[in-house]
Design a protein around this ligand. Sequence first.
Ligand SMILES: [Zn+2]
Length: 446
Amino acid sequence: MSPIGNTLICVRWLITGTATGPHAIENAALIFNEAGVITAVGKAADLASSENITNRIDLQNHLLAPGLINAHCHAAMSLLRGAADDLPLHRWLQERIWPMEGELVDDDFVQTGTQLAVAEMLLGGTTTCVDMYFYSRTVARVFLAAGMRGVLALPVIDFPTRYASDADAYIATGLSVRDEFADEPLLSFALAPHAPYTISDATFTRVLAFANELGLPVHTHLQETELEVTDAVAQSGERPTARLARLGALGPDFFAAHCVHLNEDDIATLAHHGASVVHCPSSNLKLASGLAPVAQMLAAGINVGLGTDGAASNNRLDMFEEMRLAALIGKVQANDASAVNAAQAFTMATLGGARATGLANVTGSLEVGKATDLIALALDSPGMTPLFDPVSHFVYAASRADVSDVWVAGVQRVKDGALTGAAAHTMSELAPSIQSIRERVTALRK
Ligand SMILES: [Zn+2]
């Protein structure tokens, strides 16, 4: 339940994360109303005596920041965490993941896996997740029950699964879910053709027609591996980004995951169309896909968000790790220690994801009028001491274990490091389902 009246939170440090940068305020305060909307951000000395405050929370030696945005995930794949390690992407998909998914993925699998993923993400400070997976109706219900903000990337793929028989069936099923949940403020929707190598021109064209008509963003995997690019060029003479540009897919409502193997023309094309990229550093490292040219994308003016990808290729849904890796890998890839600095990595993990998904007026920063998607980190631990620059600490020193409290739309979902309310029993309630799926995965791995 939302708190009644206005809530004031006082804290040692607050990072706003606005479009002009992740500004830190010392001895700060934030007020939100019972609709879960931020009504004031500033110095505690200025806000503590505000009128009509019904709830006061003094977090003392903590740091408040916008909730993190996982802009590319396959949440239910948390159940395949560690089920197929140490393989390159195409063998990982074709020899392990797709066969296992073919046997296992149904409504129950998606419900259990998404509940597990949502619990992991909330506890780790992620308040919004883009979920590209099957059984979207079930996914929607899980996100709503947990009170997590979800962008349901409605899947389309040119081969049959138990979820849908062909591209038209994927689109129709996805859009029926979107219609059913269109009024839920925590949910938004995108159309998600899986990847250029699994989607025909005809299917892309149909998806784009629906996206344009309904005003939905389009999300896809793009140029994740070198093989994807060389295969496409060998088959058609066209790089995937050029193909998507020709089909009219690229624009401010288009956001692509990975984009590891981009050349200068690809970067210029994405930048020209105002498209966003979701960088997934852990997944790219684990599958040895490569190092995405993030510094070059940022220099070209491309908006970049961050994602974990699914837990089967990560194996964590930990946005603190993605943020830190984005900064570290960005430096090595650019051969420049000043590249992808702390402020840029912070923005990618927050406002960058919000911009990519069309939610920049709702979440991604702590500003008046936005939803109270808010996380608090404890600053007392040895690993967080001493503190000179809160943004530096947030990116380079902090981990998800430092997250103490989480609010989504003004409702506290994590308190003192534990899920609140009925969600406190999530793990014990999920245990029988997880055990039975674990036994089926174990049998398939033999
Ligand atoms: Zn993915």
